[in-house]
Unconditional design. Structure first.
Length: 730
């Protein structure tokens, strides 16, 4: 059994428990299971009395040398498990993790050969309205672009968006010179081995190249694909000397309550702690140090910080996780995991427990749903979840092999109850030192409830109507007794619709079965503990938000998921009819300015070019102001106050449309003529078009003069008169 205890450990735990409840020696009354409800301080629930290792994801999900994992911190995305792959610099995202509907996707940013090259670790950080929760990654690389060039050591932590519409989606083709979907990166730490989030965009970094702890503050991200890092603040904690073991990350985690940062110092086989809240430190400006490779807002060396060695003698400590006062460390060298129960100041531990795993190369650790422990096996390309065995009385013995799963404290004393102390006869007292009246099971033993069954054989020693529990789930086999088990041969813990049946999400309602459906009261959401009823059978639960898939219209079936959940959605666009401005058109749903045109600019159905401004334009650009009512938006109407004109191709102020006092007689040629024709070329600017101007270069005249012709005619008349006179004289 994985994580099993020695007999000495079991006995030690038993004695401690006995002392805690004060029952050493003679018991004055029977000890009930209800008296043992709190685990001892030495107990580590993630290990239980032992555990099963469940493979959650593998190479078929895209895992390729996974090194770290984290669950998404968003409430509505808490079932998303993010895993970084070293081999192809990728991210695998598991959706609905650990449920029957689990599915996975692998995302590869087009520029990952720098921004996620040989990624070693990740840490979710602060929430951003645009990018959802951001996360940082560490890269165990000297920046070779995946061996495409010589190392130049221009490498360090990268900042990413977790929004699924941004991460590995934006700028994948180098549009406008933008470099993928990363939102920031600083470059003072090649060979990054681990990363931990502090607050805002501040992260702690395990610098494997300079063997130091480094604090990075990205401050304001530079948006996706940009490259301005000049606001970065970098502090090097040179006294915290870290040792790199190539290929094995040295993960880190910060207890944000105490300010204690825990670091897996892999190469030195130890775990360190650093007090990040220590204000009595010394800072020196090292801006001119050769380790700075880019413009920064600040570059400092910090010394005199409080720190110490948490534990030594570990075998290549790598993964690290923190939960409810217990620090977990994975040991890559031997495949073990150690749990440390922390002291109140977080700088030491009171006790620890180490268990074996089947990992080939264990690395990152994570605490997931229900407080269970998860790890990555880089060698076997697996994500593993530890499912501890049931141990109701916290005695470190699994319930399935514990003869008294609800009470392990029964013993005997010399009671003189009529059954012989000697063994081997027909009247031998199975409890020779305890007065008892049991006649079923063990003879002469304590029978607290008077049902004839000895307490040690009675699964319900304080309930006279129940004594057997075949499936060991706390509900009795006797169907006429108290709290009868409706599934007596199948272990289950349901208690509301029926008792003792399987209840996967532990909400008290049993899982549906062939003979007990949701109509009978079974759980309509058997894997979600916040929901169990779906009155309208539309897949959304009756319990209000923040419960899982809360139905805003619980008595009316619907498919909406955007503004409301589970309401009528006629056009199946995700928006409820109540909140949909276009209930019969799936590509449009909102009309911010209430002008009848939709806000979705990518729709082919009535897209509003001016979504935030009421408008009545219906030609070309829809939904924009159209003062003259000609259908053309004012922003493209050449004559916004004239309903008969709307375009002016040549830009001369005369409209292209015919039949008005401002119609252009030369619509394709810029012109200023206004006398004989409108909008035609008028070279001399006299208002007459060149075509109608006899003197196109003379602004003082435009029609041909008759004076020269009159002079010529007069001369001819004079000549004729003289000629007649001469003829008479002859």
């Amino acid at each position: 059994m994985l994580g099993s205890l020695t007999n000495r450990e079991k006995m030690s735990t038993m004695l401690i428990t006995l002392l805690m409840i004060g029952v050493l020696g003679h018991a004055s009354s029977p000890v009930s299971a209800e008296q043992i409800v709190t685990p001892p301080d030495t107990y580590i629930s993630q290990f239980g009395p032992g555990f099963e290792e469940v493979v959650i994801a593998s190479s078929t999900d895209g895992l390729d040398e996974p090194r770290d994992l984290e669950f998404h911190p968003g409430i509505e995305r808490s079932d998303e498990l993010w895993i970084v792959n070293r081999a192809d610099d990728s991210m695998v995202i598991i959706h609905e993790t650990g449920t029957p509907d689990q599915n996975s996707e692998e995302r590869l940013d087009a520029y990952r050969n720098h921004f996620m090259e040989e990624v070693s670790a990740m840490a979710f950080g602060a929430y951003d309205d645009e990018f959802d929760y951001q996360f940082g990654t560490a890269q165990e690389s000297r920046n070779t672009y995946n061996d495409a060039s010589d190392p130049n050591d221009f490498m360090g932590p990268a900042l990413w968006p977790s929004s699924l519409t941004h991460f590995a989606v934006e700028n994948q083709n180098g549009e406008n010179g933008l470099l993928g979907s990363h939102i920031d990166m600083l470059h003072e730490s090649p060979l990054g081995m681990g990363i931990a989030h502090d607050y805002d965009n501040v992260y702690w970094y395990n610098d494997g190249f300079y063997s130091e702890l480094v604090r990075y503050d990205f401050q304001q991200d530079h948006d996706t694909g940009e490259h301005d890092h000049s606001d970065g603040i970098v502090h090097r904690y040179s006294e915290i000397e870290l040792s790199r073991f190539a290929g094995v990350p040295g993960h880190m985690i910060l207890d944000k309550d105490t300010g204690i940062l825990y670091i897996s110092d892999t190469g030195a086989n130890r775990v360190l702690w650093v007090n990040t809240h220590d204000t009595a430190t010394t800072s020196v400006d090292i801006y001119d140090d050769s380790s700075r490779v880019e413009d920064l807002a600040e570059y400092m060396e910090v010394t005199d910080v409080e720190w110490g060695i948490f534990d030594t003698g570990l075998s290549r400590p790598s993964g690290i996780a923190l939960h409810d006062g217990t620090l977990f460390v994975s040991q890559n060298g031997n495949g073990k995991i150690t749990g440390f129960n922390l002291d109140s100041d977080g700088k030491g531990f009171s006790n620890s427990r180490t268990v074996n795993t089947n990992a080939g190369s264990i690395m990152g650790l994570e605490i997931g749903p229900e407080g269970k422990l998860w790890y990555v096996d880089s060698l076997n390309n697996n994500v593993i979840r530890l499912d501890p065995y049931e141990d109701a009385d916290f005695d470190r013995v699994r319930d399935s092999t514990d003869a008294y799963p609800n009470n392990s404290l029964l013993w005997s004393d010399n009671d003189g109850d009529g059954y012989a102390d000697q063994q081997g006869t027909n009247i031998s007292d199975d409890c020779p030192d305890t007065y008892g009246s049991s006649t079923s099971g063990s003879l002469g033993c304590l029978d607290s409830d008077g049902d004839s069954w000895s307490d040690q054989d009675d699964e319900f020693p304080l309930e006279e109507t129940q004594w057997a529990d075949s499936d060991n789930d706390g509900y009795g086999d006797n169907q006429t007794g108290a709290n009868p088990d409706m599934c007596p041969t199948i272990q289950g813990f349901s208690q509301y619709d029926r008792m003792g049946c399987p209840d996967a999400d532990e909400d008290g309602y049993s899982d549906p079965s062939s003979d007990w459906t949701t109509t009978d009261g079974a759980d309509a959401f058997p894997t979600k503990y916040t929901q169990w009823k779906d009155s309208d059978s539309d897949g959304f639960g009756d319990n209000p938000s923040p419960a899982y898939l809360a139905d805003d219209c619980p008595n009316e079936a619907g498919t909406s998921i955007q503004d409301q959940s589970g309401c009528r959605d006629t056009d199946a666009d995700g928006w409820s009819d109540e909140g949909d401005a276009f209930i019969y058109e799936p590509s449009q749903w909102s009309d911010s300015d209430s002008d009848g045109y939709g806000d979705n600019a990518y729709s082919t159905y009535l897209p509003d070019y001016c979504p935030n401004l009421w408008g009545n334009s219906s030609m070309s650009l829809l939904g924009c102001p159209d003062l003259d009512g000609d259908g053309w938006a004012d922003i493209e109407d050449s004559h916004p106050m004239n309903s008969l004109l709307w375009s002016d191709v040549d830009g001369d102020g005369f409209g292209d449309q015919e039949g008005t006092g401002l119609s252009d007689d030369c619509p394709e040629v810029f012109g200023i003529s206004s006398e004989d024709k409108l909008g035609c070329i008028d070279s001399d600017g006299d208002g007459w078009s060149d075509e109608g101007d006899y003197y196109p270069s003379d602004p003082s005249r435009h029609t041909r003069s008759l004076l020269p012709m009159i002079v010529i005619l007069s001369i001819l008349a004079l000549v004729a008169s003289v000629a007649r006179y001469v003829l008479k004289m002859k």
